[in-house]
Design a protein around this ligand. Structure first.
Ligand code: 9D3
Length: 263
C-alpha cells in the first residue's frame, strides 16, 4: 500500500511514521508513505497555497492550482493506474471500520490535508474521488485525520499485525473486527494485569481461578453488560445466544428496581 500525503506540514507526519504500527508496517515493506509538500507545487515567488474567500468572510481558503498540480503529478507518475484521491474534510463521509476495510483493498491512496477555513470546492467536486471526515468535532486541519486514516487502513493489511491470513476470512481471529472494529460487535470486556491487589483494588477472583470456561462466561457477561449500559444501539446488530438473552433480561429487571445506575 502506498499513501501519498499532500500537506503543507510534511514534518507533522515524521514522528508518527517513526513509531508504532506505521513504522513497523513500513520497515516490513507493507506500507510506503510519500510526503508531498504542497508548496512544492506552487509557482509563485511566495509559494502561496491560500487566498481570501470569494464572497467575503473571515479566514483563508486553499487555492485549487497547487492541489490539482500535485495530484496530476502523481497521476502522471503512476501511468494510467487508477487510485482514490481522498480529501480530508469535515464535510466528508464518516470514517468507520467499514470504510477502512474498503480502503484497505486499494494499492495506492492519495490523501489531501487541508487547513484554514477550507479548500476551494473545485477540489472536492472535480479532483477528489472521495471526501472523508474522521468524526464530528472540529480539527484545525486534515493532518491528524490523514494520520488516522493511514493507521486504521495499515493495520488491516495482511501481514502488518503478524497475521498472514486476511481479516475478512477469519472473523474469530485476533484481528476479527466483525462490527465497527469490535470483536463480536460489542464493547470489550475489562482487562487486568498484576498486581492482583493494587492499593486494595482487587482483580475479580474468577480471573485468578484458572477455570477457562468460567472466565469465558464472565468476560462475555461483562462485555454484554457494558454494551447494554453505554452502547445499547450496538445490541441490535449482535447475534445473541440463550445465555446472552438471560443476562440481558437480568440487567433489564435490575434496572427496573434501581433505575439510575451509571457505569
Ligand atoms: C470552524 C471552521 N468551520 C466553519 C467555518 C469549518 C472548518 C473548516 C476546516 C472546520 C474545520 C476545518 C479543518 N478540519 C479538517 O480539515 C478536517 C476534519 C475535522 O475538522 N473534523 C473531522 N474530520 C476532519 S477531516 C479534515
Amino acid at each position: 500500500m502506498v499513501f501519498d500525503v499532500i500537506t503543507i506540514f510534511p514534518d507533522f507526519f515524521r514522528s508518527i511514521l517513526e513509531h508504532g504500527l506505521l513504522k513497523r508496517a513500513m520497515v516490513a515493506g507493507h506500507v510506503e508513505v510519500r510526503l508531498r509538500d504542497l508548496r512544492d507545487f506552487t509557482n509563485d515567488r511566495h509559494r502561496s497555497v491560500d487566498d481570501r474567500p470569494f464572497g467575503g468572510g473571515p479566514g483563508m481558503v486553499f487555492k485549487p492550482e497547487p492541489i490539482f498540480r500535485a495530484v496530476e503529478t502523481l497521476k502522471a507518475e503512476s501511468r494510467g493506474a487508477n487510485f482514490p484521491v481522498i480529501l480530508l474534510s469535515p464535510q466528508g463521509r464518516l470514517l468507520t471500520q467499514a470504510v477502512a476495510e474498503e480502503l484497505a483493498r486499494e494499492s495506492r491512496i492519495v490523501l489531501i490535508s487541508g487547513r484554514y477555513e477550507g479548500v476551494d470546492e473545485r477540489v472536492a467536486e472535480n479532483l477528489a474521488s472521495d471526501e472523508v471526515s474522521i468524526g464530528e468535532y472540529v480539527l484545525s486541519g486534515g493532518e491528524l485525520a490523514a494520520a488516522v486514516v493511514m493507521e486504521v487502513v495499515a493495520r488491516l493489511l495482511p501481514g502488518v499485525l503478524g497475521n498472514e491470513e486476511s481479516c475478512e476470512q477469519e472473523s474469530f481471529s485476533s484481528c476479527g473486527q466483525s462490527v465497527g472494529g469490535r470483536k463480536h460487535g460489542m464493547l470489550d470486556f475489562p482487562h487486568y494485569t498484576r498486581p492482583a491487589d493494587f492499593r486494595g483494588l482487587c482483580v475479580p477472583e474468577v480471573l485468578l481461578s484458572g477455570d477457562h470456561e468460567k472466565i469465558r462466561q464472565w468476560r462475555r457477561k461483562r462485555a454484554l453488560e457494558k454494551t447494554w449500559r453505554r452502547r445499547p444501539d450496538l445490541l441490535q446488530s449482535i447475534e445473541l445466544n440463550d445465555e446472552d438473552r438471560r443476562i440481558l433480561d437480568q440487567l433489564q429487571r435490575a434496572a427496573c428496581e434501581a433505575p439510575i445506575q451509571r457505569d
